[in-house]
Design a binder for this molecule. Structure first.
Ligand code: NAD
Length: 480
């Protein structure tokens, strides 16, 4: 008998305890070798005055077991409560969110009978770094951060996932026709890492048309990897069109810790009535069993679940007259799955899972040669309430100082000076770009900002312009 794997379990709120009990019963009956530590998270913890929804002592368990099976929780209404999911994900460095979106036609209603797509979403970066500012009375900004190591980790994860699960293709969604530097880096890293996986087909789509294609013809895709925001949106679209929002599980994977859950919430109105469908959490638990290298148990549970769905044993949320054979509650559904352990589906495709390679893929942080960085100028974002770029140019042009000149002014990325167009709408926030004529130093660049401030003009942000190995580390304004 194999040794048991310690895992941390949280029963959550609302329907959480019922679906967790059902899930754990099935896992036990299937012979999963688990040593369970239970922690309390969610509403009760929030209402005890802990704004993170998790007690410090619970972290000890998570850091010890490194595997977290989590039921949904209720986030209390009102301000001051931090999202437990975001906290857990970021604290434990869970950089990959994995969500298989599968249709179960003809047993679960869907427009896409053969859909089987896995969304791999980057989980830590992009616009979700949460770095936002009010720049001027009229303008807010949110910084989109994409890093090379962050992109390398997620892209490599997607290819390793594809290999382990016998997937034929990995597609990258991004938008580097517009975000040439951030999404451009993601694309470049996809090409570089993809080249190391000759056995797997590669494909790149601009996210807008890619999303349209996925919603229309999901069978054109297999594994799709994408930055955080696109992944957040499109993983919900994918689950919805598969017809499986209530049935989908997801995994949040980090270098050392991983969390597994259903994608739905705590459905408080259904709580305590033996109504809830435990399938989402159960399929989350299947992902966990694969992760902790119990692939045979994972397949046994998954196939018994598929057989149960196929036999028409359905909870109220997926029950359809004429398709379903019996409407059951949470406990009866769990009993039906347990009864079918060892069986396989006849019509739906049975699953098999492979053992993970002995050494889990280590996130690549390739040694890169030192990069030559050269100062080229400074962008100063200022508040100019008259919204007139010509008067602004007059005021700040003369503040450039020796060796620098005001090259252009833009408003929300569109050049408005010199030779702007009267038709261009301007807000109260302008960017003034000063470029160096030759070599320059940081002190000279900061002096420009100081002179602007001394002239009584409010500065929101400054950005340093640099070349990296001779390549511009900044984009041109539209129309520049
Ligand atoms: P929800 O997913 O809880 O419910 C949406 C709808 O789906 C409801 O009609 C509900 O009855 C139904 N439903 C959901 N899961 C079901 C299941 N397993 N079986 C049968 N029916 C099910 O979303 P919501 O109502 O927007 O949110 C309720 C609470 O859940 C909120 O406090 C929210 O913050 C929280 N939430 C938590 C998580 C999480 O912990 N991961 C995720 C989403 C929402």
């Amino acid at each position: 008998m194999s040794t048991k794997t310690p895992i941390t379990v949280a029963h959550g709120d609302g329907i959480g305890p019922e679906i967790m009990n059902a899930t754990l019963q099935i896992l036990e009956a299937a012979g999963a070798a688990l040593e369970i530590e239970t922690i309390e998270i969610g509403e009760k913890v929030y209402l005890r005055g802990n704004s993170a929804g998790i007690d410090p002592s619970s972290w000890d368990s998570l850091l010890r077991t490194k595997v977290f099976l989590k039921a949904p929780i209720t986030t209390p209404q009102g301000g001051g409560f931090k999202s437990l999911n975001v906290t857990t994900r970021k604290t434990l460095g869970q950089y990959a969110n994995v969500r298989p979106c599968v249709s179960y036609h003809p047993f679960i209603d869907t427009k896409h009978p053969n859909m089987d797509v896995v969304i791999v979403r980057e989980n830590e970066e992009d616009l979700y770094a949460g770095i936002e500012y009010q720049m001027t009375p009229e303008v807010m900004s949110c910084i989109k951060l994409i890093s090379r190591p962050g992109s390398e980790k997620i892209v490599r994860y997607a290819f390793e996932y594809a290999r382990l699960h016998n997937r034929r293709k990995v597609t990258c969604f991004m938008k580097d026709n517009i975000m040439k530097m951030t999404d451009g880096l993601f694309h470049k890293v996809f090409d570089e890492i993809g080249a190391q996986y000759p056995d797997i087909e590669k494909e790149v789509w601009i996210v807008d048309i890619g999303a349209a294609k996925m919603a229309d013809t999901p069978t054109a895709f297999d594994v799709i990897v994408m930055p955080n925001l696109y992944g957040d949106i499109l993983s919900d679209v994918a689950a919805q069109i598969a017809g499986s929002v209530g049935l989908a599980g997801s995994a949040n994977i980090g270098e050392s810790c991983a969390m597994f859950e259903a994608i739905h919430g705590s459905a408080p109105r259904r709580a305590g009535q033996n109504l809830a469908n435990p399938s989402g959490l159960l399929l989350g638990a299947v992902l966990m069993l694969v992760h902790i290298n119990q692939p045979e148990v994972a397949a046994k549970v998954h196939n018994a679940w598929l057989r149960t769905i196929e036999d028409g044993v359905h909870t109220y949320d997926v029950y359809t007259e004429g398709v379903s054979t019996v409407k059951v509650g949470t406990k009866e559904f769990a009993a039906a799955v347990i009864e079918r352990l060892g069986q396989k589906p006849n019509i739906l495709k049975a699953v098999t899972y492979a053992h993970r390679p002995a050494a889990a893929p280590v996130a690549a942080r390739a040694e890169r040669p030192a990069v030559a960085m050269e100062l080229k100028g400074i962008d100063v974002f200022v508040y100019w309430p008259s919204r007139n770029p010509n008067t602004l140019a007059e005021a700040v042009g003369k503040l450039a100082g020796e060796g620098l000149s005001l090259q252009m002014i833009d408003n929300r990325g569109v050049k408005v000076w010199p030779a702007g167009r009267a038709e261009t709408f301007c807000t109260d926030s302008f960017r003034c770009r000063y470029v160096a004529q030759g070599l320059t130093d940081m002190a000279k660049l900061l002096d420009v900002a100081r002179r602007i401030s001394d002239a009584g003009i409010d500065i929101a942000v400054t950005e340093t312009l640099r070349n990296f190995d001779g390549q511009a580390g900044f984009t041109l304004a539209q129309g520049q």
